[in-house]
Design a protein around this ligand. Structure first.
Ligand SMILES: [Zn+2]
Length: 442
């Protein structure tokens, strides 16, 4: 008999390993935050004495979801400006509101709200791009969640920095501070090719090569972004980025709705990663990312919700289903984007893009115990022929009952253990009143 911290029995363990194994009536043994064995439940209790033993019953245990693109603090702008195309939405609504409201407190409270929502939706790791990444990292640290915090870079002044040089310098300072942190990684996050100059981008490329760090950026979000670059520089943005050496395995390109066959070949040859954010693209009518073609080209595609201002939620289960349905429609092929492909996109593919696939993204021995339990006991889940199919096409986020990060129980029977839900709601209501009354008076 071995003494361990945690033993969890589940009707189904969906591993998302290389074989996409789904194990019935299995248990996951965890010690010091890591998975030490996955074995039949019938033998688990003879082998292990656990400080905590959960018998989940008719639930799925699976790796936590990885949301590869969001702007967490923008949760405070949820439903603030709807029914607008990207540039109108950004230039006439979001950027003015940000310059009015975004400060350290806004980022703190907005990020906390987002983390609470993400945990309650089964997300255990997210990639963020926003101002005050130092505050974002602080909130992530306190929450127990995992994140890749973006070192944001823009050319123009904001509350966080005055010019590209200062953004980069402040980002690197943050990186030094969190270098050894087990749950917080820092990555480069230049906003977009049309908001960051080539000189700043080439400096970022140099630093990313030196430190072997991912670079995430909004790229080819709309066809008009591409058309504008062609009329100004006679080049597609991806081409310019390639000339700067940025199209590489370290690139995490967000959106990518406007892609031609040459773009896809370039991304595939250089093993770049793509974050597909279907709901944001649909809502802003930005275009359709050709997911089927990307999968055929063996490109690593992961999923993101984008910020709550353009989605309007951080629900990865919703995103998975939307992505699957959209891919089938765009490809005019019902076999495109099958359930296993989609589940991988929401888990292990995100881990790969972030350079964290040795640590998270699947339930395998040696990996961190970042796991979620999903309740399949209710009427809406019956019958269950294939749990992976249900996770993609039939699961609502409120079926997420429990969440662990590094073996720490952060959501217990739908209650947050480290964040105070009532306090988050009341802080959010205060922001709601303040922002709404300003809108009404202006
Ligand atoms: Zn975005």
């Amino acid at each position: 008999m071995h003494n361990i911290d945690l033993l969890i029995d589940a009707r189904w363990v969906v591993t998302v390993n290389n074989n996409n194994d789904v194990l019935e009536q299995h248990s996951v043994a965890i010690d010091k935050g890591r998975i030490i064995e996955i074995l039949p439940s019938s033998v688990a209790s003879d082998r292990y004495i656990a400080k905590t033993h959960h018998q989940l019953g008719d639930k799925v245990l699976m790796p936590g979801l990885i949301n590869c693109h969001t702007h967490a603090a923008m949760s405070l702008f949820k439903g603030f400006a709807d029914d607008l195309p990207l540039m109108d939405w950004l230039e006439n609504h979001i950027w003015p509101a940000e310059s009015k409201w975004v400060d350290e407190k806004f980022v703190h409270d907005g990020t906390e709200l987002a983390i609470a929502e993400m945990l309650r939706s089964g997300t255990t790791c997210f990639t963020d791009m926003y101002f005050f990444p130092d505050i974002i990292a602080k909130v992530v640290n306190q929450s127990g969640m995992r994140a890749a915090v973006g070192m944001i870079v823009l050319d123009f002044p904001t509350v966080w920095a005055q010019n590209a040089e200062e953004y980069i310098e402040k980002g690197l300072r943050l990186r030094d501070e969190y270098r050894e942190h087990s749950r917080i990684k820092t990555i480069f996050a230049p906003h977009a090719p049309y908001t960051v100059s080539e000189s700043a981008l080439s400096q970022i490329r140099m630093l990313s090569d030196e430190m072997d760090l991912p670079v995430t950026m909004h790229i080819h979000e709309t066809q008009s972004e591409v058309d504008q670059a062609i009329s100004q520089k006679q080049k597609r943005p991806l081409q310019s980025l390639n000339e700067l050496g940025l199209v590489s395995p370290n690139l995490i390109a967000v959106h990518m709705t406007a892609l031609n066959d040459d773009d896809i070949a370039l991304l595939a040859e250089n093993a770049a990663n793509i974050v597909h954010c279907p709901e944001s693209n649909l809502k802003l009518a930005s275009g359709f990312c050709p997911l089927g073609k990307l999968l055929d080209a063996n490109i690593n595609v992961c999923l993101g919700t984008d910020g709550s201002a353009s989605n309007n939620d951080l629900d990865m289960f919703g995103e998975i289903k939307t992505a699957a349905l959209l891919a089938k429609a765009v490809a005019a092929d019902a076999s495109c984007a099958n359930a296993n492909d989609m589940l991988r996109m929401a888990t292990i593919n995100g881990a790969k893009a972030l350079g964290m696939s040795d640590e998270i993204g699947s339930l395998e021995v040696g990996k961190a115990a970042d796991m979620i339990a999903i309740d399949f006991s209710g009427l809406e889940s019956q019958p269950v022929y294939n749990p992976v199919s249900h996770l993609v096409f039939n699961t609502a986020r409120d079926q997420v009952s429990d969440v662990w990060v590094k073996g720490r129980h952060l959501l217990k029977s739908r209650s947050l253990t480290r964040l105070d839900e009532d306090e988050i709601i009341s802080k959010t209501r205060a922001w709601n009143d303040k922002i709404a009354s300003h809108q009404n008076n202006s």
